[in-house]
Design a protein around this ligand. Sequence first.
Ligand code: MN
Length: 438
Amino acid sequence: MTRTLDHTHDPAAVSWVESARRPNGDFPIQNLPFGVFQRRGRGEAARIGVAIGDEIVDLSRAIGQGLLAGVDQEVQAAGSSRSLNAVMALGRDAARQLRHRLFALLEQGAPDQQAATGCLVPAETVDLLLPVDVGDYTDFYASIHHATNIGTMFRPESPLLPNYKFVPIGYHGRASSLVVGGTAVRRPMGQIKDDQAPTPVFGPTRALDYECEIGAYIASGNALGTEIRLADAEKHLFGISLLNDWSARDIQRWEYQPLGPFLAKNFATSVSAWVVTTDALAPFRVPAFDRPSGDPDPLPYLFSEANQRGGGIDVSVEVWLSTARMRAENVAAVRLSRSSLATMYWTTAQLITHHASNGCNLRPGDLLGSGTISGPSRDARGCLQELVGRAGESINLPTGEQRRFLMDGDEVTLRGACERAGTVRIGLGECRGLVLPA
Ligand code: MN
């Protein structure tokens, strides 16, 4: 949809920052994702940063030194703030202005290299913070493979409900318990009712799961009572990050009817620290889900040729697991799954348009989760519930340990990247979460 390529996507471009030239790195000069950081142990205020290799451009310092000359004053003011909300509120153009100016500063041969060097902070010396003060968080269910796998466990005869191919299904999540990757997550307590038991008990969940998702951040919003047409939807998409929608399946099973997920989900949701902009994703656009014949076309408000042609984004996502014992025995983390956002039944633009289609106002910094990203194959299932199924299979780990659900001390790491022949790979970084006892 928005597949405008320019010199910032040139695969031949390189940065004078050496670590940004490492093959298979996450943050080459073609990426330039935004985040918020704080130098460790200095007592300084949080500030916006842009990742380049193993370094971070301290944006307010660069602005203070006049290195962003030519960028609109209001964008510079927003770039000097403590979260990305003000930049997001100025819309996609603001992000593009910053991207273009930073590209010029960081490109090999840049006249301002010496001054820009003084604005670099080694990533290993900072704490990455939540990049956005999220006002509202919505989680969707956009993977038909995930919906089918889950549906099969409960309704083998008709896994998909009749609305699935018409409505992008979602629920309102909770923004207050969003945490940045690296934050440990405590095993939640809740009501659990065994099938045989007459009444529930209150205790720690015994079925803690992750959900591997992509989070989409809203740039400029829409006024209450107005819609966002599909043709305009990507103007409202600031960028994406990784998202882990931690879920307690036993609590969920008992509480979800009739109003949907509640305490099984809102104890914590992790997002990765770096927001990769829609502009950076331009070389990785792919067609929307190829609906098999027999599937209904999307209703007109969710349909456009442009969205069909390029509404998808090919971001591969992976889930890695490391147990406490694996770490103690120096056993490397194991990959549990790999899938792609490109396999989703609904594009991100369709999710935005649907969300606002009743006049609901989206605001800058709002977060939309994609839903668990599962592909058609077994090794592309994006949560444990799908990997182990209902029959009670277990995942065997190299230490001889087995998992059906997460145990205390387990660490889940999501990774994401865009790769395509003829382009430079860009990464989303990682989103880690260690499980603490209840
Ligand atoms: Mn979810």
